[in-house]
Design a protein around this ligand. Sequence first.
Ligand code: SAM
Length: 346
Amino acid sequence: ASEYQTFHSNIRDRDNKDINDIVRDHYNQRTKVSKFQGSRVQSPIYKMRNFNNAIKYMLLGNFARSLPDSGKPKVMLDLCCGKGGDLNKCEFIGVDHYIGVDISDGSVKEAYSRYSKNKAHFKLAHRVPDSRKYTFEACFATGDCFSTPIPDILEPHFPGIIENLFPVDCVSVQFSLHYSFETEEKARTLITNVSKSLRPGGVFVGTIPSSDFIKEKIIRKDFLSPKKFGNDLYQVTFERDPPEDGVFRPPFGNKYNYFLQDAVDNIPEYVVPFETLRSLCEDAGLTLKYRKSFIEMFNLEIPKYFSQLNRHLIDGMRRTDGKYGVEGLEKEAVNFYLAFAFEKLD
Ligand code: SAM
């Protein structure tokens, strides 16, 4: 499938204005901003970024790395791939081919450029010994994963890709699925995209805000104001008064604005009631294998992964007490999230 390697295409969707535009503009803007940012180490969410990355390594390590050899190249489909932050994880989990799709063309371009640089370094490895080296192939496309079937996004630009690389071994949707819970139709389209892309036994992994965490906040009345919870680092502001029992009905369209210092400026997101996600997945032939809050997962998995993860990543999570992980305001901000894995049934 080498003719698909390092392709970049630009599909502009015509009709989906509204939240898509807000989200796309935000992430397009971020790709520009980040170039002018000061040192990443000084960011107030530096530990949190490393922590979130460690979680993704461990999630992919547990579920995508351990997949039995199917005798075919191992393929990962990264939906809502952003700037390709998970490309480095492909070497870690032994992927042969990576496919990234995102609605933000600025992010997709950056992902492509990041891949190309590291792929080139691989080719020049003897001259650039310390550089990251990619041995896997990759291709990227811009498209709306919540309204367009994956073949319609990829096939026009990479003819034959569906026949050659699908069904894939792993679909990853990291920190993005919550945007699709605006409507049932969008959420179902995304889950259908996931399920139709996967081979039986393949895995669907992701990270989303935890509806249990939100429910706890509501029940304990741990709010900053009637519609807002969080701290100086992150804030969640509901559009409407949240339900007193913390159970959102109907389960779609429950909008809040999310703020994260140095990263997200009050962008609309939607509550993902986990049981609703689970039932959408079950309807699509995906069965739940794993669901843990970030802190729970970190504490459980880090002993196994401590020596396997990149030194910079580990050092970037060093706390003031000398231990590793997150603390203070960042601890609550990361625990807003959970990690999950589903398996595609036969
Ligand atoms: N998955 C990446 C990561 O973990 O670093 C990026 C996560 S970022 C928080 C959310 C991403 O979702 C953005 O890049 C955004 O453009 C993308 N996104 C939002 N709505 C989308 C849609 N309908 N189709 C494809 N991508 C979408």
